[in-house]
Design a protein around this ligand. Structure first.
Ligand code: MEV
Length: 430
């Protein structure tokens, strides 16, 4: 068994790294050549972004159409591996568009930095001392990022509380920072580290963790849209369902999610299909978004759906979403990844808040599309059509053969690589 304790892997050049991995994993030349195809992001760029780079992992980048948000039209780049997501978002956005599109709003970009204080003899006194000196602490924090302050951001507020734990009482300090157009992790972490000494002095405790919280409760985005009953009926000509019935079905699906954690989890996964796809396309930290969204969904003590649905006076479907979205347009992959830079340009967003409003709207569109499909015909039909194309490619179909092989498999309701190979052979014989 080859060993994984490769010394100084990071110091080696791309070729040497590839040869090590090739030997370790028994890769053949063809497989190594696949890794050598760097695509839009060169080895140099990738190697500056993370450590020990040997390749780039590429995803399809699709464009969701039809989005109108706060009266503005957007073409939305989405990077994702799952079929149907881009089509579903576009379709739902097309229906929302008929009633004016999405209305979105974002709260100010306030992130929370946490400082954990241990061995505090008198937590109450410590909390009072920190609160009393909050102006000084905020001033100190702001010394760490004069540029952010210049643009109207910076540390704004301190919140302090005692926390009972199995390892005794701790004091937790929250530093609230307006991060403007940044995602905020760097700015907030730097500030937390900067003020930790002062906080130790005031609390007579020991500052241990100094880190951003990904539960961005102060940085939330709301988006809502009306999905008209007629538009729902006409856009999804399925069975004999009337628009009113489709809406009732969607409401049943929503109330299932609102009251059941197993369903709420999947409901929110569907929302994040859209949010993450835009996040990945634009070089955002999608793990932070995921963590924040799911923690937010359980904030009231019960994990629930991030979306809400009800009927308006005319009996149309009113859909809403609220979730924290911490994204940035300055720093990080949004600037270093060439495709992310172009994706931001395609979107045309000028602020992080605008990007967050687009993402929330895409999440809402995604959820509506999923609920509509699940509550009526089921999602497999649509999925299978696209899945069949992938299977056709796996079977060796090229160009026009792909659609022909896929269509035949869908017609036969038999979507298997072996069957795809047979159909391909038959086609070739013809
Ligand atoms: C699949 O990626 C997403 C769905 O499961 C979402 C949902 O169930 O709401 C279809």
């Amino acid at each position: 068994m080859p060993a994984s304790d490769v010394s100084g892997f990071y110091k080696k050049g791309i070729e040497e790294r590839l040869q090590i991995v090739k030997g370790f994993a028994g890769l053949n030349d063809e497989e190594v050549n696949e890794l050598r195809k760097f695509g839009a992001m060169s080895f140099d760029v990738a190697d500056r972004m993370i450590e020990n780079v040997i390749a780039t992992q590429q995803l399809p980048l699709g464009i969701a159409t039809n989005f109108k948000i706060n009266g503005r039209d957007y073409l939305v780049p989405m990077a994702v591996e799952e079929p149907s997501i881009v089509a579903a978002a576009s379709k739902a956005a097309g229906i929302a568009r008929l009633s004016g599109g999405f209305k979105a709003e974002a709260s100010p970009p306030i992130m929370i930095g946490q400082i954990q204080l241990l061995n505090v003899k008198d937590p109450e006194k410590a909390v009072a001392a920190i609160e009393k000196n909050s102006r000084t602490i905020i001033g100190l924090a702001n010394e760490a990022d004069p540029v952010l302050v210049k643009f109207g951001g910076g540390a704004k507020k301190i919140e302090t509380r005692a926390l009972d734990t199995e390892r005794g009482k701790m004091v937790i300090v929250h530093l609230l920072v307006d991060v403007r157009d940044a995602m905020g992790a760097n700015a907030v972490n730097t500030m937390c580290e900067k003020i930790a000494g002062k906080i130790e002095e005031l609390s007579k405790g020991e500052a241990r963790l100094r880190i951003i919280s990904n539960l961005a409760v102060y940085r939330t985005v709301k988006s809502r849209a009306v999905f008209g009953k007629k538009a729902l009926e006409e856009s999804f000509k399925q069975g004999n369902l009337k628009g009113e019935e489709i809406i009732e079905h969607i409401l049943d699906a929503y109330h299932f999610a609102a009251n059941d954690v197993f369903r709420a989890c999947t409901n929110n996964k569907g929302i994040m299909n859209g949010v993450d796809a835009v996040a990945i396309a634009t070089g955002q930290d999608f793990r932070a978004l995921e963590a924040g969204a799911h923690a937010f969904a359980s904030l009231k003590g019960k994990y629930t759906a991030l979306t809400r649905y009800r009927k308006d006076r005319e009996g149309n479907l009113l859909a809403e979403i609220e979730l924290p979205i911490a994204v940035g347009l300055v720093g990080g992959a949004v600037k270093t990844s060439p495709v992310a830079r172009v994706a931001v340009k395609i979107l045309g967003v000028k602020t992080a808040s605008e990007l967050a409003q687009v993402m929330a709207s895409v999440g809402l569109a995604q959820n509506l599309a999923a609920l509509r499909a699940l509550a009526t015909e089921g999602i497999q039909k649509g999925h299978m059509r696209l899945h069949a194309k992938n299977i056709a490619v796996m079977a060796g179909a090229k160009g026009k053969e792909i659609d022909a092989v896929a269509a035949k498999m869908v017609e036969e309701k038999n979507i298997m690589v072996d069957r795809a190979k047979e159909i391909l052979l038959e086609l070739k014989k013809k």
